[in-house]
Design a protein around this ligand. Structure first.
Ligand code: NMX
Ligand code: MLT
Length: 434
């Protein structure tokens, strides 16, 4: 099979042709309408952007390039990246070529480490990661080509080049941040010839005598890679990239969005919540105790992290996949058992609480089921990755695959600069009254 670059070179003219034809034949067809509530409510459900890497059906969850995620769970991160970008799974040869490409690009320049070392001790690991990506912008091939002058059809070529550099360096920087920020002695370098997930696990430096932590890392990087185009991180990366900002600017911006507690940071909050229940009740709490704690959280005006979703209306298949991993590898772990018990309790609590909210004239909670963040922390914790402010960095290494794939494809397709029309409340009032 051809390499990633060759497959894209072959497919891109076909995508362009397909989209040209759709626009020519159907450009004026209506696919979505917007209510006043949607305009004030985060544009939820408005169909006004395109993403071909993956789709999230509310009643099924994530499918990557048309295949439900759980049918892809054996794929390694490099295979997922190839699939996201091209719509095809790489064969052994193409996978090996991509791994060699990452080996070749994995060196992190010293100025990045100097910057990391200079950051204050209490810097959040996400701030360190986003800063580390941003400072490498000076190396952007896209910016250099653009400054010299290049044709629009060629934009994706240096974008892919930058993307591969970011992909290759990201686990090295991320693992370095873990070891520096949590005082784990010296940094562990990237190992040539070792796969992407195995490398990241190895560079974190946690003991892994059976190899099951590396297995978890491959699954973790697979499961968080993409969630269509409208989520905060992908959408931000897309918007910044649409101004022809290069991949360093765009990815760093997207990850700044992932660092919010309603988005990726929920994974650190989830484990914190689970551990607090254990602390409060002196060990794994009973279902009745969890119910009490969940209501206490809600009545104090907080959300229950790891539950609810802007698109999903069922248990997130990614949560189900992590639960299966936990049952296979750490069934007797009390933190994991608490996560399972939370799943028995919290959806019912949220349903009851939602009904109370509706009675009080508030919005219902649209989805009372767990999302990806509800269970992943317990697995990491089991393997000794107990510093939960770090968890969103792991999410970021994975989500960068989706953001980059979308970004590169958007440059290949010449997607327009993002610029929806905003209106004022005065305009809304005048328009609805008319
Ligand atoms: N606990 C308490 N209240 C909730 C929850 C929850 N888990 N989920 C939704 N609600 C509330 C929500 O805050 C909103 O209240 P208000 O109208 O007073 O502002 C109301 O229910 C309606 O919200 P929804 O339409 O159900 O959800 P929305 O699409 O606005 O938000 C989330 C989606 C994911 C932001 C929301 O469910 C949430 O805050 N969940 C907890 C945080 C979390 O797990 N985030 C991770 C999402 C996945 N990811 O990794 O990005
Ligand atoms: C997710 O992975 O669940 C997120 O990116 C949130 C979303 O899709 O809105």
């Amino acid at each position: 099979m051809a390499t990633l670059q060759e497959v894209l070179q072959d497919r891109i003219p076909k995508y362009r042709e397909e989209i040209r034809n759709i626009l020519k034949k159907h450009g004026d067809k209506v696919i979505s309408e917007v209510t006043v509530a949607q305009a004030y409510g985060g544009m939820r459900g408005v169909k006004a952007m395109i993403c071909d890497t993956s789709v999230v059906a509310p009643d099924k969850g994530l499918a990557i390039r048309g295949t439900p995620l759980l049918e892809l769970k054996e794929l390694w991160p490099e295979e997922i990246f190839f699939l996201l970008l091209t719509g095809e799974r790489p064969d052994a040869e193409a996978k090996a070529a991509l791994q060699t490409e990452f080996d070749r690009r994995s060196h992190v320049p010293e100025y990045v480490w100097n910057l990391m070392r200079a950051m204050p001790d209490d810097s959040h690991p996400m701030c360190m990661l986003d800063t580390g990506i941003l400072v490498m912008e000076r190396e952007s091939a896209f910016r250099q080509w653009y400054t010299k002058g290049m044709k629009k059809e060629d934009y994706w070529v240096p974008m892919l080049d930058d993307g591969l550099n970011i992909m290759a360096r990201l686990p090295v920087i991320a693992a370095g941040i873990y070891r520096m920020r949590y005082h784990k002695a010296s940094l562990i370098p990237w190992t040539h010839g070792l796969d992407y997930g195995g490398n990241y696990a190895n560079m974190l430096g946690l003991p892994d005598p059976t190899g099951s932590f590396a297995k978890l890392m491959r699954l973790y990087l697979n499961f968080h890679s993409d969630h269509e185009g409208g989520n905060v991180s992908a959408n931000t990366c897309h918007t910044v990239g649409s101004a022809l900002s290069d991949a360093y600017y765009s990815v760093s911006a997207g990850l700044n969005g992932l660092a919010g507690p309603l988005h990726g940071l929920a994974n650190q909050e989830c484990l914190d919540w689970v551990l607090k229940t254990m602390e409060k009740f002196g060990g794994a709490p009973s279902e009745e105790q969890l119910r009490e704690f969940a209501f206490e959280t809600l009545r104090s005006g907080k959300v229950i992290p790891g539950y609810g979703h802007a698109v999903l209306r069922v248990t997130d298949p990614r949560y189900a996949g992590f639960l299966d991993f936990g049952k296979d590898h750490l069934a007797n772990d009390p933190v994991f058992q608490t996560v399972e018990r939370v799943y028995n309790v919290v959806p019912k609590v949220l349903e009851e609480y939602s009904a109370e909210r509706v009675k009080a004239g508030k919005n219902p909670i649209a989805n009372c089921w767990p999302n990806v963040d509800a269970g992943s922390g317990a697995l990491l914790y089991h393997y000794g990755l107990t510093e939960f402010p770090y968890y969103t960095v792991l999410f970021s290494v994975s989500r960068t695959m989706g953001m980059l794939s979308q970004l590169i494809l958007n440059r290949a397709l010449g997607t327009a600069i993002t610029r929806p029309k905003s209106v004022s409340t005065e305009w809304i009032r005048a328009t609805v009254e008319k």
